[in-house]
Design a protein around this ligand. Sequence first.
Ligand code: ATP
Length: 337
Amino acid sequence: MYKISLITGDGIGPEISESAISVLNTINDKLDLKFEITKLSAGDKALEQTGKALPDETINVIKQSDACLKAPVGESAADVIVVLRRMLDLYANIRPAKSYPHMPALRDDIDMVIVRENTEDLYTGKEFRVGDSAVALRIISESASKRIAKYAFETAKQRNSKKKVTCVHKSNVMRVTDGLFVKACTDVSKDYPEIAFEQMYVDACAMNLIRQPEQFDVVVTTNLYGDILSDESSQVVGGLGMAPAANIGDNFALFEPVHGAAFDIAGQDIANPSSFLLSIKMMLDWLGSKHNDSRCFQVGQKLESTIFGLVKSGIKTKDIGGDKTTSEFTKHITDNL
Ligand code: ATP
């Protein structure tokens, strides 16, 4: 039995959380794997109701769980996810961009992953005013850069693909901070002679994600560049509705969709739950590795292939060219699992 904490979030968060709960309950009922799910509040609604975007009770339950699923939160996102990433030292943000069949995508042959440093860079929010100016501190450490580089090379080693790591930076301008990052990645690359290593400026990477995305396997980069590039890479393969993410530390991990709370479509039962459900697949893979539990890998595989199969046969939500509602699409998944 795995204990799963689930932040239901704001905007479309509660709707895609219901979809996630249905899928986990179906796994409980039909497959050889059991979950105990605890719903938690955090985000704009929690702030309104309790005065805290991340209530203490939520933190305590997360810390006692085996893994956390987090639906998107609204305006208070920085007070929830950025705090959780640092508090739980979830230093690796993993964002795969994989082509699915029959998607309104720019490319249908992409399988890459962005490994984004998750604890430093401009995301620490160290900003202040000095007279006429506003200043932001960008801190990049050698230890965090080497740690994420190692994670990227280990990821490349495990993947059945090109066995290549691309370090993305802008060290021609940010000579000290990005200079340190690219040097740390280059140093770590020497421990992985079997993995090809290259470096690329972030502007060139943004262009190449459109022009030649097939050249990428594992991209390793700093926090802000990774955030921007992963929205771009998810669009290349069909949009935010199919883009999962994992925040991984040495002892704990949190899984969430790449997209935000999407208030424009909230409450209409039209959100695509796939990004959140594919985050469950990433959670199953992580639990499988951590607990040496092959059932997790099998169920994760089954969940992904069920989503694949439905999309392939044209059963999909509106954002990717279909006509199914969130609840109808979820029902198709639970019926087919
Ligand atoms: P952020 O918190 O990242 O700034 P945002 O609200 O600006 O988020 P997103 O919510 O990430 O932007 O998504 C942008 C748009 O993409 C949404 O307004 C919505 O129309 C669409 N979108 C995002 N996620 C989904 C989804 N799961 N299903 C359908 N459409 C989606």
